[in-house]
Design a protein around this ligand. Structure first.
Ligand SMILES: Cc1ncc(COP(=O)(O)O)c(C=O)c1O
Length: 349
């Protein structure tokens, strides 16, 4: 199986496993694990923030961030198909008492005018106070699409004018930084809080970081403990994170080049793929225009030995390139998938 379902499917490389095996560990909950402390130091610098806190998952990192930026009864704004609104079981409402409001997006982005228009007149005493804006870069359900620095700056400036706090769901900030040709810190430093997932493009078995000012990170550590995320000898996995920040950042550009090659190869073979939409490591395939449902598309691809997966759009499937996909996999997938999905039978061709 050429597994293009998600960049979360990677397995630790032999060198990463060696780093894990050699990890020096201690009690993380007591802040005595040297490897976790080292990872937090490196991640803070990497993300352009004062401090970072190591947590088990990117979902927990998002939930901690919005909790420490708000009070119960306040309102969170995010793109309507963002991970925090669609895929975290209403966590901001459950854990932080937030009202959640989705803004219609364009390729996962929204405009400063939308933020300004959404801010509620809470002084009247009736409405929730609009308080937190979440930006997701790259944007998962939009297909790994990238917010430019200018787009982020415009939304952040308007948010600040309205006294709103800004969080970056940077699960794939390394992909965004690579696509923009800037260090991740150049993106991360713009926000009040930013999270980075270690188990996507960076190839770790698990782990994420939430970063922000030293003051905010005191609150983040408390929230982490409250959520049950304070660990013990966590250096055993944090070692993978230290390794990944050293060895797996530059190679993200390879994933992007391979995704581009896939998109171009599939489009040339008649699949409904628009290569210009592949900005990072995702390729979207419009199986609806081949007369297939998403389920049929996934099944046919799997039968041909290619793993692809669903998106929020019932006619669009996605392929995601990652550390465990090499050039040969790409060439084989270019051969196998068009035939499996009946590229020559395309309805709207
Ligand atoms: C943009 C984004 N944020 C957060 C997450 C949450 O990651 P996890 O499921 O590892 O907690 C994901 C996972 O796909 C994601 O794509």
């Amino acid at each position: 199986m050429i597994d293009l379902r998600s960049d979360t499917t990677t397995r630790p490389t032999p060198a990463m496993r060696e780093a894990i095996a050699n990890a020096v560990v201690g009690d993380e909950q007591n802040r005595e694990d040297p490897t976790v402390l080292e990872l937090e130091r490196r991640a803070a610098a990497f993300l352009g923030q004062e401090e970072a806190v190591y947590v088990p998952t990117a979902t927990m990192a998002n939930q901690i961030a919005v909790r420490i930026l708000s009070r119960p009864g306040e309102e969170l704004l995010a793109e309507e198909n963002s991970h925090i609104l669609l895929n975290e079981q209403g966590g901001p409402a459950v854990f932080s008492g937030l009202v959640m409001r989705g803004l219609p997006g364009r390729h996962g982005t929204f405009a400063p005018e939308q933020v300004a228009a959404a801010v509620r007149d809470w002084h009247s005493g009736h409405m929730p106070r609009t308080r937190v804006v979440v930006v997701e870069n790259t944007h998962n359900s939009a297909g790994g699409r990238v917010w430019t620095l200018e787009q982020m700056d415009a939304v952040i400036a308007t948010s600040r004018e309205h006294d709103l706090r800004v969080h970056l769901d940077g699960a794939r900030i390394v992909n965004a930084a690579t696509a923009l040709g800037v260090p991740a810190a150049e993106i991360g430093r713009r926000f009040d809080t930013v999270q980075l997932c270690l188990s996507k493009g960076l190839g770790c078995p698990l782990g994420a970081l939430v970063a922000g000012s030293a003051e905010l990170m005191i609150a983040a550590r408390r929230a982490k403990h409250l959520f049950g995320g304070a660990m013990r000898q966590a250096g055993i996995v944090a070692a993978a994170g230290v390794y990944a920040l050293e060895h797996h950042v530059a190679r993200i550009a390879d994933d992007h080049a391979r995704a581009r090659r896939l998109a171009e190869g599939w489009a040339a073979a008649g699949l409904a793929v628009d290569p210009s939409q592949t900005e990072t490591n995702f390729v979207h395939i419009d199986v609806g225009s081949h007369g297939l449902t998403a389920d049929e598309g996934v099944e046919r691809a799997a039968a041909a030995g290619v793993g692809i997966s669903w998106t929020v759009d019932p006619s669009i499937l996605r392929a995601v390139v990652h550390l465990d996909i090499d050039d040969d996999d790409v060439e084989r997938a270019i051969e196998l998938l068009p035939a499996a999905l009946g590229a020559s039978d395309r309805v709207n061709a």
